[in-house]
Design a protein around this ligand. Structure first.
Ligand SMILES: Nc1ncnc2c1ncn2[C@@H]1O[C@H](COP(=O)(O)OP(=O)(O)O)[C@@H](O)[C@H]1O
Ligand SMILES: [Mg+2]
Length: 361
């Protein structure tokens, strides 16, 4: 089976690493000459709205999937005419736009921060008065790694903030005084079979994920599965979906969803029976899902900007290196380490060992 992937970054690369043993082959559509997934399959180097190349891709593959959600809606609609596309155009339409996404949470009874649609500075002034400060202004589309958003703490922050984010459609959210951030990675097959990985605790720095630790028997696991299950059913979703939550007042508030494999699920490569990448491929290909059970205690540390010396990383016991083969650049995710340890004390020790190798700029 040949899988077409829109996007050829590290997520595409790790999909191919997981799918190759299942006999799958891959073609990636990505305009970047140095797309790091290209080492693992065919690279169609073209823009995401290049109809000739989209048509070529559709003719070559059995199905198309995505490694990022900011694909133009017309691209998905065009491809869908010729080849099965998972997740669906509708799932992408909702997940790529924070207004649609949060409106869906509200409709499904999933708690989420207060929010308002912002089309002008006047909208922002009114919403800031209604929601109160601090609040977070975010572009509705195209934000990632904390880009395209601004925390507003004072009236002076509010003034001019709409223009600062580029005068594009935004949402304003109430600032959540969270005690922690967790994510749930879920997978749903074409037949509706659903599975959930354990909740993961995530730590960010400067808006970028640094550390994910998979939990054991998290008290909010069932609640999170209930919320995520509602979204999966509503969207008749196929593939892996990641759901980010704030932990607040002993409950959960929905932050955002990603209609794809997710950075907070990278620990599953070595830390779970079947990884999020393999499960995504199983789901979209109509194959039975694999077990989401955790093996030991597991965590993932991102390498941002540069990867430490390979010999030092792999010398750490229970540590698995994933080097994406990308050019090093400040603020860019260029690799990660997965830890899989027999117990929590060992895991904490090995996290410290990996952290000691990471240079802080
Ligand atoms: N409403 C909020 N209240 C408090 N912190 C927030 C809020 N929204 C976002 N953040 C912080 O900013 C990070 C990135 O925001 P997020 O909406 O997840 O965007 P991205 O697409 O960049 O991941 C979150 O993980 C959280 O740490
Ligand atoms: Mg996020």
């Amino acid at each position: 089976m040949k899988i077409g992937v829109i996007g050829g970054g590290q997520l595409g690369r790790m999909l191919a690493l997981a799918g190759t043993p299942l006999g799958m082959t891959f073609a990636f559509l990505d305009p970047a000459p140095d797309a790091c997934a290209a080492a693992l399959g065919e690279h169609l180097r073209a823009d995401y709205d290049d109809k000739d190349h989209l048509r070529r891709l559709a003719d070559e593959v059995d199905l198309v999937t995505f490694e990022f959600e900011s694909v133009p809606a017309e691209t998905v609609a065009f491809l869908s005419q010729f080849v099965p596309v998972y997740p669906s155009a509708e799932s992408l339409r909702i997940a790529r736009d924070r207004w649609f996404e949060k409106s869906m949470f509200r409709e499904l009874g999933i708690p989420t921060p207060e929010f308002a649609d912002i089309q002008s500075q006047a909208d922002l002034d009114a919403a800031a008065a209604a929601i109160g400060l601090p609040a977070v202004l975010k572009t509705r589309t195209l934000g990632y790694d904390g880009k395209g958003q601004k925390v507003l703490r004072t009236a002076a922050d509010v003034a001019g903030a709409f223009a600062e984010l580029g005068s594009v459609p935004c949402i304003l959210e109430g600032f959540v005084p969270f005690s922690g951030e967790v994510s749930l990675v879920a997978v749903r097959g074409r037949d509706g079979e659903t599975a959930f990985y354990p909740l993961v605790h995530n730590s960010h720095e400067a808006g970028i994920l640094r550390l994910s630790v998979a939990s054991s028997n998290h008290p909010l696991q069932q609640l999170a599965e209930d919320y995520v299950g509602r979204v999966l059913a509503k969207l008749d979703y196929v593939g892996v979906l990641a759901f980010e939550f704030f932990e607040v007042d002993g409950g959960l508030k929905a932050n955002e969803i990603a209609p794809r494999v997710h950075n907070s699920g990278h620990w599953t490569i070595e830390g779970a029976e079947c990884s999020q990448f393999e499960n995504h491929l199983r789901a979209v290909a109509g194959l039975p899902l694999g077990s989401t059970a955790k093996l030991g205690e597991s965590a993932m540390l991102n390498f941002i900007g540069s990867v430490p010396a390979v010999d030092k990383v792999i010398a750490i016991e229970d540590c698995h290196l994933h080097h994406y083969g990308k050019a090093f650049k400040a603020g860019r995710k260029v690799g990660h380490a997965t830890l899989r340890c027999p117990d929590r004390a060992t895991l904490d020790r090995q996290i410290t060992a990996v952290e000691s190798l990471i240079e802080r700029g």
